[in-house]
Design a protein around this ligand. Structure first.
Ligand code: ATP
Ligand code: MG
Length: 457
């Protein structure tokens, strides 16, 4: 038997409704913040990621899926979304659009050759956002607010937002020098990757998963202490806007992010979930004012984030998020071969009208058919047998109330729609879900009297 590739997974139909609900919530919140979706290809020229993500990052140095195509060009399955979005932004001249601030989001699979474990896959899904065209700290705060709103909308509350600033070029250069001097005597105590980073990109040492908790790194100089006045002012304003939006955050002086392109604000959202173990970062992002120009576009500031959707899904599982229930409006049972043509016509008419409808295909016993209707969570079961055929009627059972009626064959669709539209209670004293006089959700309405059995008091 051929099995799935290591580090990949199937989303089975029993799980897709959760994914769809997650994606729908993300799209709704994106609409609220006025970010529009952009869809870029699943693979790009390898060079894009080397230039856009950085040669020294784990992503590019260890994790990409590269392949030569038949024309001998090197392509790479996208390991992240920002570089492709920036490529598209430049190639399609979105910087010249009537709207000078372009707010975009994307959602879809990414590919990284990593050691698979819980919350870490070789094909995984990200939802990310990028805002181009303004270096206002308001936009840094907005992007953080947007990320937090997605979590709020999903009712994931046990999270912490950590933020830091690494400043722009001058601050980064000052800090880099201080860090090199500080690390010089201790560099041999760090891991071999860090020794290479020391030569090529010392800032990345702070992000090392191996040495993170060593005393050398804990006591290292902090980027915040090397910010220029201008960068400091930017950071102070970002924080001010977060405060004004009532967003909880922690300043984490050690936070730098793995990618080379960040300037000013960097942030991460961690879920406080035992089950995620070390993989508890569900979102990471920050400002990148030099990425567009470094990929050949006009100098354009940007700020964005990326969520790992599988990790969001784990967080949702821990709060028993169920997604949309599977159900049918109608399940049709046709009793007899001669009636199948007419039965199919009836079912088709209901489907054309928009009912969620299915039928029994297996010609099993009535008991088995009803079991199936239950499994499919059908609200109405329609039985079409010889007797009904003769009378041009169809037998309809409401699985919720148990009520059975015969309706004219050509009225089946209208009948079901009318029943579905009925409020749960038709009593004038009762609201749909509960009596608005007594508050009970169990009161039996006396439909003849038109009052609730509480007396409507
Ligand atoms: P990590 O430190 O966990 O490796 P990262 O810094 O490589 O994360 P980013 O490149 O910032 O991650 O990607 C943003 C988010 O995508 C992460 O916070 C995480 O939730 C998710 N993510 C990254 N790599 C994977 C993966 N291999 N499998 C599942 N989710 C991932
Ligand atoms: Mg990683």
């Amino acid at each position: 038997m051929i099995q799935k590739v290591k580090g990949t997974y199937d989303v089975l139909p029993s799980e897709t409704s959760k994914w769809q609900a997650l994606e729908r919530t993300i799209r709704n919140v994106s609409r609220i913040y006025n970010y529009r979706e952009i869809r870029t290809p699943m693979f790009e020229q390898t060079e894009l990621f080397h230039r856009g993500v950085g040669e020294e990052t784990d992503i590019v140095s260890k994790e990409t899926y590269d392949f030569m195509d038949r024309g001998n060009r090197s392509n790479t399955l996208r390991p992240e979304g920002t570089a492709p979005v920036v490529r598209s932004f430049i190639e399609n001249k979105l910087y010249a659009d009537k709207n000078p601030v372009q707010k975009l989001y994307y959602m879809g699979p990414m590919f990284r050759y990593e050691r698979p474990q819980k919350g870490r896959y070789r094909q995984f899904a990200q939802f990310g956002a990028e805002a181009f065209g303004s270096d206002s700290p308001m936009l840094d705060a907005e992007i953080i607010g947007y990320a937090v709103s997605v979590l709020k909308a999903l009712k994931i509350t046990d999270v912490s937002v950590n933020i830091n600033s690494i400043g722009e070029e001058e601050s980064k250069a000052n800090y880099k020098e201080a860090l090199i001097n500080y690390l010089a005597p201790d560099i041999s105590s760090l891991c071999s990757d860090c020794q290479t980073r020391y030569q090529k990109n010392p800032l990345r040492i702070l992000d090392c998963k191996v040495d993170k908790d060593s005393d050398v790194l804990k006591n290292a100089p902090k980027p915040l202490d090397y910010l220029t006045e201008e960068s400091k002012a930017h950071f102070v304003q970002v924080i001010g806007y977060l405060d004004s939006m009532g967003i909880d955050y922690k300043i984490d002086k050690n936070l730098v992010r793995g990618l080379d392109y960040y300037t000013h604000t960097v942030f991460e959202v961690n879920a406080n979930l035992e089950t995620l173990g070390a993989q508890n970062t569900i979102c990471g992002g920050g400002r990148y004012n030099n990425l567009v120009s470094s990929l050949g576009g006009p100098k354009t500031p940007g700020v964005g984030f990326a969520f790992g959707l599988e990790r969001l899904m784990f967080a949702l599982e821990s709060i028993n998020f169920l997604g949309d229930p599977d159900y049918l409006h109608l399940y049709l049972m046709i009793l007899g071969d001669d009636l199948k043509v007419e039965g199919t016509r009836i079912l088709n008419r209901c489907r054309l009208g928009g009912l969620f409808a299915d039928m029994d295909y297996l010609d099993k016993s009535m008991k088995a058919k009803f079991k199936q209707a239950e499994i499919l969570n059908a609200r109405f079961v329609a039985i079409y047998g010889e007797e009904e055929h003769q009378a041009k009627m169809i037998n309809v059972k409401d699985q919720e109330s148990g009520q059975e009626v015969k309706v004219p064959l050509d009225q089946l669709y209208n009948y079901i729609v009318a029943e579905l539209m009925k409020p749960a209670h038709s009593c004038s004293s009762c609201s749909e879900d509960s009596c608005d006089s007594c508050g009970s959700d169990e009161c039996d309405c006396d439909s003849e009297e038109g009052t609730c059995n509480c007396g409507g008091k």
